[in-house]
Design a protein around this ligand. Structure first.
Ligand SMILES: [Zn+2]
Length: 74
């Protein structure tokens, strides 16, 4: 019984909304609110392709493909 009570207490604590530090794989840290104590993400606004401009490289590749098709290059 005592063990079950401890688990319930832990669960209640975990579900409490509090300040959390989000740590990204790139090293960026953000403060946010969550029921989790810590959040680790692989991508964030600091390193996401949309923000770094890598999406433009994808667009350039598309243009190269159209160029190749137009001149029937392989
Ligand atoms: Zn990041």
């Amino acid at each position: 019984m005592a063990k079950q009570k401890k688990i319930d207490e832990k669960r209640n604590k975990t579900l409490t909304y509090h300040k959390v530090k989000i740590t990204c794989a790139c090293g960026a840290e953000y403060d946010s609110g969550s029921t989790k104590e810590e959040i680790h993400v692989d991508i964030c606004a600091n390193c996401h392709p949309f923000y770094t401009g890598e999406s433009r490289l994808v667009d350039t590749e598309g243009r190269v493909e159209r160029f190749k098709k137009k001149y029937k290059l392989k």
